[in-house]
Ligand binder design. Structure first.
Ligand SMILES: CC(=O)SCCNC(=O)CCNC(=O)[C@H](O)C(C)(C)COP(=O)(O)OP(=O)(O)OC[C@H]1O[C@@H](n2cnc3c(N)ncnc32)[C@H](O)[C@@H]1OP(=O)(O)O
Ligand SMILES: CC(=O)C(=O)O
Length: 533
């Protein structure tokens, strides 16, 4: 056994990639490996060379394109097939030829799996493990063994499951990782089994799936029981309900249990790394993910805010900066004075007690009518500025707007076939900087046409608007309140070269709701551009 400290072993590129909907290219895998190395993990399991061309290619390109500073690459694969020599098994050859210094072998440790899935004898399975481990050791590879279905196997045939560990360790495996392959374990029983497994003398690792929602808890329980090698995946990716979330595991062990697993400055970069990986996987980040989620330190309840005003630690388990995250105040109908005061501070405003009180009342009133400020930060800031200033100074005032939607016949110029198109045309009449402006815009929908008309009207006076883009538009029909019919809430997200912001509009008429959100979006865009009204 090599004594090289506690292992953090990432399997995002292999077990994480087994998640439904995840499809990583070789370039994606290389990019993720770089991010994981930046975090400082010890091992990156790159895939199963020989099982598919992409994984074989990953290991080939990794040799020249990956300059890993912390991590070593591990190639994953199975023990040799029954009845053949390890040296003659083509999949074992692919592991050997992958160039990875570490090979992680998956082996059956559940007697029923040996008999039913491998369709071989218990003795032959032990021989497959012994031969494959010793062959790869003789070839100069460091070998880890994933004991598949270990916990279920332990229940079924304890002596055999433990014999698998002993066989692997005696043949030269440095780590035997106990796999909760079906993810059905709970921490108390798992810890007892891990403790028993340490008695074999093998170095114990742990690999948990999240089918009971306990993958992280099980991993921590295993460490407490003697495991010194933890496996997991970035953002908890993985087959079915996922694998143990490696970010949560690392943060818990480092910040709560005093392990030094990754450099503190890398831990302080974990939120960025977690999000950078979601950009590569194209999986929407889970905002509620512990430690690194956007909501992990977001506070909504008024009571929480009032305590946080005195000391943030009263409602936070750690300082978010330790994992590169930020505390955020959410303003909604659950806010109190402290919430808006803190949110104001976050935005750079010092509110008086009276202003906070008035703002809370306005927020609660507007939210009761369908507005949502936690999703529309820019609308809240405009409301705050109105409250502080007494009234909103405007970059422009709207005399009127009108939208026409027309479905009209057209002839396809290529085929001559008669078809139709739907076009929208908007006219806005505005006053800005002492001028009256009338502008017309055409678009593929009424809001697009309004957006174009407003820009056309204002761009000469405010050229900075050219950088403002409307990037998202969400519509939700809400139950009417106070006996009214259904009302429509529109959320618009806009961006410029430095960031994005969201605004909200609410009305029974969808175009009016959109207009409100659009008008605020443009106003806020000008505010950001430095037109301090
Ligand atoms: C628990 C885990 O997640 S382990 C990782 C699982 N990951 C994957 O399966 C993804 C990659 N897998 C693959 O691309 C393919 O399954 C391959 C290339 C490995 C094998 O493909 P095929 O040769 O077509 O076999 P198939 O997938 O149908 O069945 C797997 C074979 O491996 C055997 N096998 C399963 N586990 C082991 C093991 N630990 N040691 C040796 N052989 C094993 C099975 O008995 C079966 O053998 P058979 O072909 O004699 O029936
Ligand atoms: C090896 C593995 O991924 C498992 O048993 O879950």
């Amino acid at each position: 056994m090599t004594d090289d400290g506690f292992h953090v072993y990432d399997t995002t590129l292999r077990d994480g990639a087994q998640q439904e909907g995840l499809n990583l290219s070789v370039a994606d895998k290389l990019a993720i490996a770089r991010h994981l190395d930046g975090l400082g993990v010890g091992f990156i399991e790159g895939g199963w060379p020989g099982a598919n061309p992409k994984d074989t290619e990953f290991f080939r390109r990794a040799q020249t394109e990956l300059d890993l500073r912390h991590a070593q690459l591990a190639a994953f694969g199975a023990t040799r097939r029954a009845g053949v020599k390890a040296a003659d098994d083509p999949l074992v050859a692919a592991l050997r030829e992958s160039g990875a210094p570490v090979v992680t072998l998956v082996a059956k440790s559940h007697d029923r799996h040996v008999e039913l899935a491998l369709r071989t004898t218990l003795e032959e399975n032990l021989a497959m493990i012994r031969d494959t481990v010793s062959h790869l050791r003789a070839e100069g590879r460091r070998v880890f063994l994933d004991a598949e279905h270990f916990f279920d196997g332990y229940r079924s045939n304890r002596a055999y499951a433990l014999e698998v560990l002993r066989t692997a360790a005696e043949a030269g495996a440095d780590v035997v990782a106990l796999c909760d392959t079906n993810g059905g374990m709970l921490p108390d029983e798992l810890a007892e089994v891990v403790h028993e497994a340490t008695a074999t003398g093998a170095r114990i690792g742990i690999h948990c799936h999240d089918d009971t929602g306990c993958a992280v808890a099980n991993t921590l329980a295993a460490v407490r029981a003697g495991a010194t090698h933890v496996q997991g995946c970035a953002n908890g990716y993985g087959e079915r309900s996922g694998n143990a979330n490696l970010f949560t595991v690392v943060a818990n062990l480092q910040l709560k249990r005093g392990f030094e697993l990754v450099p503190p400055q890398a831990l302080a970069d974990m939120t960025r790394i977690a999000h950078a990986i979601t950009e590569v996987t194209n999986v929407t980040p889970n905002s509620h993910q512990p430690y690194v989620g956007a909501s992990a330190f977001a506070h909504k309840a008024g009571l929480h805010a009032s305590a946080i005003k005195v000391d943030p630690n009263l409602y936070q388990h750690i300082d978010p900066a330790m994992v590169g995250n930020d505390m955020r105040m959410l303003v909604s109908d659950m806010a109190g004075r402290a919430s808006v005061e803190l949110k104001g501070r976050e935005l750079g405003y010092q509110l008086t007690g009276e202003q906070s009180r008035e703002l809370v009342e306005r927020v609660k009133d507007l939210e009761s009518r369908g507005h949502t400020f936690e999703a529309a930060d820019a609308s809240f800031e405009l409301l705050l500025r109105d409250t502080v200033a007494g009234e909103r100074k405007r970059y422009f005032t709207v005399e009127s707007w009108r939208v026409i939607v027309e479905r009209r016949p057209v002839v396809d110029p290529l085929t001559g076939a008669a078809t139709f198109e739907v076009v929208s045309e908007a006219t806005v009449k505005l006053q800005a900087k002492g001028e009256r402006i009338v502008a017309t815009g055409e678009g593929n929908g009424p809001v697009n046409a309004l957006d174009k008309a407003v820009r056309l009207a204002l761009e000469k006076l405010y050229p900075e608007l050219a950088a403002v883009q409307l990037i998202d538009f969400k519509v939700r029909i809400l139950e009417g309140t106070h006996g009214t019919g259904a009302i429509t809430r529109v959320l618009i997200t806009s961006s410029d070269s430095t960031g994005d912001w969201a605004t909200v509009g609410v009305d029974e008429n969808i175009i009016e709701a959109s207009w409100q959100a659009l008008e605020q979006a443009v106003t806020y865009g000008l505010l950001r551009a430095g037109h301090h009204a």
